[in-house]
Design a binder for this molecule. Sequence first.
Ligand code: SF4
Length: 170
Amino acid sequence: MVARILISACLLGHPVRYDGAAKPLIHPAIDQWRREGRLVSICPELMAGFAVPRPPAEIAEGRSGEAVLAGHGRVVQANGTDVTELYVAGAQAALALAREHACRFALLIDGSPSCGSRLIHDGTFSGRKQGGAGVTTALLRRHGVEVFANTEIEVLRNRLSQTSGQRIPS
Ligand code: SF4
């Protein structure tokens, strides 16, 4: 069986971001993986029940997705509404889908409080980013999924060539 890859729905061109936009990733590897049946599309925020469009949200106080999972961080919308539980629910839904499809890898868009893997916003809603991962990425990594940012597609391609694809640990 080919190694499957969870992929942010907005990278596949679906207009599901908070502002109703998509961020399609145009790369030959995407076409190849689609043909091979490797791609499993996810949007943790829609899976949690958010609509499009929705207010932007960030992890508060410069914390990370790992801190949120540990109960030491919150996800808030720009108007101050605490949406932590929904972000955790979205992450759990993404993990369930990863397990259902035996995904060992994920390619997620950077900067999102859900899907970020190298960068997230700093919680000030000023556009500033800092190193860190979103809530979904943190949960997937906890459970053995290797998460790559959209800027690391070549790294993922090389990684795939090294593996025959294994089930993620439970
Ligand atoms: Fe894209 Fe992830 Fe945000 Fe959904 S949660 S819109 S897949 S970045």
